[in-house]
Design a protein around this ligand. Structure first.
Ligand SMILES: [Zn+2]
Length: 429
């Protein structure tokens, strides 16, 4: 009998005892990270029914009729969530010419590979903050055509003319003329009115959230990495329109003034936040704005800036200066009590190395349990999902396991031994 028929019988009351279905899986965890409290508990047995968690039982328990997954020597956690990835790309010395050489058929295949690496690293959910391929990749994953994490995709980031994410930056005038001046449809705005239009276009495109580039950025072909690039009125227009569609708004920002405008404008999260000071931190606390530091990307670009020719000369000084600062900023923000969540900016650095961010957060003085909460409980809050980020009945069965207790040794997150997403095992002991 199929699972659906069992369900129908259960609904009709034909099964009266607590129903355990033939397709149940009992995951026996030596330890279990309680992401809500930030404490390691256990041993526990997680009963998975279809794609959801049905029960969480104390101890290593036999569940009649259930398939046993023995992780009694391991530590389990809710699947990790990376709030800042770009599955459509990965930085390399030829990145700046890829747009002229690569066909979309290839870049989408590459994105599939990056998605697989991300899932196998224990990241069962991500926010993709910029890149057209991410919408198609999300749909392919959701339809079971390819393996990958759950994706909340922003689609094309919204920028202003010449700003970080203006797709025509760096083109000679002949190419720029041929491409035409980008507008709200392409994610470039220059007024509140155009901000509203750009958000509505993202809705039409099928985005799940909005990303804006509130200041200059490191890797764009432009001089300033920190100049403010949106007015408060433009941010407010984007945020208010985003709310109409149930979208959150993530703001890329390095410079102080642009961050302040984004926070006052009501964005959900500040990404990178490199040059934030005490004034910005207290503004974030007051407004409940999340901080997603992306230390991984900062370290990656600072390292690559030392190599001649890796970056164009206009990018290199920004990478060297801004990249090196993010970890210290994250340390200060943690001490100041800014609400923080986990993001790597994978796609700047390599996909699949996402867990390095845990190590960098602990290096910055955060307790391992806080870093784990940032990638589970807190990250789910930033997304606005009540289905992920915790292991409790009703949640999606997104579960990872490691050979050691990550609250004792954070390096164990670099080698997850078990990955379940949606109740399906993708990596097992
Ligand atoms: Zn990014």
């Amino acid at each position: 009998m199929k699972k659906t028929s069992y369900r129908a019988l259960a609904v009709l009351g034909i099964f009266s005892a607590p129903a355990v279905f033939a397709e149940s899986t009992a995951i026996q965890c030596g330890k279990l990270f309680d992401s809500a409290s930030g404490r390691m508990t256990g041993p526990k047995t997680i009963v998975v029914e279809g794609s959801r968690i049905n029960q969480v039982l104390d101890g290593i328990t036999a569940v009649p009729g259930a398939k046993i997954v023995d992780l009694s020597s391991m530590s389990c956690s809710p699947g990790f969530i990376d709030l800042h990835v770009h599955l459509g790309q990965q930085s390399n010395p030829q990145s700046y010419s890829e747009g002229f050489r690569l066909n979309p058929e290839f870049t989408i295949l590459r994105a599939v590979g990056y998605g697989q690496k991300t899932l196998m690293a224990g990241f069962t959910s991500v926010r993709d903050l910029g890149g057209e391929n991410s919408l198609a990749l999300r749909d392919g994953i959701n339809q079971g055509l390819v393996d990958g994490p759950r994706v909340w995709a922003a689609g094309k980031s919204i920028a202003t003319t010449g700003g970080h994410a203006d797709p025509t930056n760096g083109l000679n005038h002949m190419l720029a003329d041929a491409v035409g001046t980008p507008g709200p449809a392409e994610g470039v705005i220059n007024s509140p009115e155009q901000g509203r239009e750009a958000v509505r276009q993202r809705y039409k495109d099928g985005s799940d959230l909005i990303k804006i580039t509130a200041t200059g950025g490191v890797l764009s072909y432009a001089k300033s990495g920190d100049a403010p690039q949106f007015t408060v009125e433009e941010v407010k227009a984007v945020v208010d329109t985003a709310k109409d569609y149930g979208f959150t708004v993530a703001a890329h920002a390095h410079g102080k003034e642009g961050m302040k405008r984004a926070i006052i404008g009501g964005v959900t999260s500040i990404e990178h936040g490199t040059l934030m000071d005490e004034e910005v931190m207290s503004l974030m606390k007051k407004n409940g704005t999340w901080y997603v530091p992306t230390i991984s990307a900062g370290k990656f670009v600072a390292e690559k800036a030392k190599i001649d020719g890796y970056f164009p000369e206009i990018v290199r000084p920004k990478a060297a200066r801004i990249g090196a600062l993010i970890q210290t900023t994250a340390a200060n923000a943690y001490k100041a009590g800014v609400p923080m969540a986990f993001g790597t900016d994978a796609g700047v650095g390599p996909h699949g190395d996402n867990a390095k961010e845990f190590v960098f957060m602990v290096e910055a003085g955060m307790p391992a349990s806080y870093a784990l909460q940032a990638a589970t409980f807190n990250a789910a809050k930033v997304i606005g999902s009540t289905d992920i980020g915790q292991i409790k009945p009703g949640m999606y069965a997104d579960i990872v396991a490691m050979s050691k207790d990550p609250t004792q040794d954070i390096n164990t997150t670099l080698n997850v031994a078990f990955v379940m997403k949606d109740g399906v095992v993708f990596k097992g002991p």
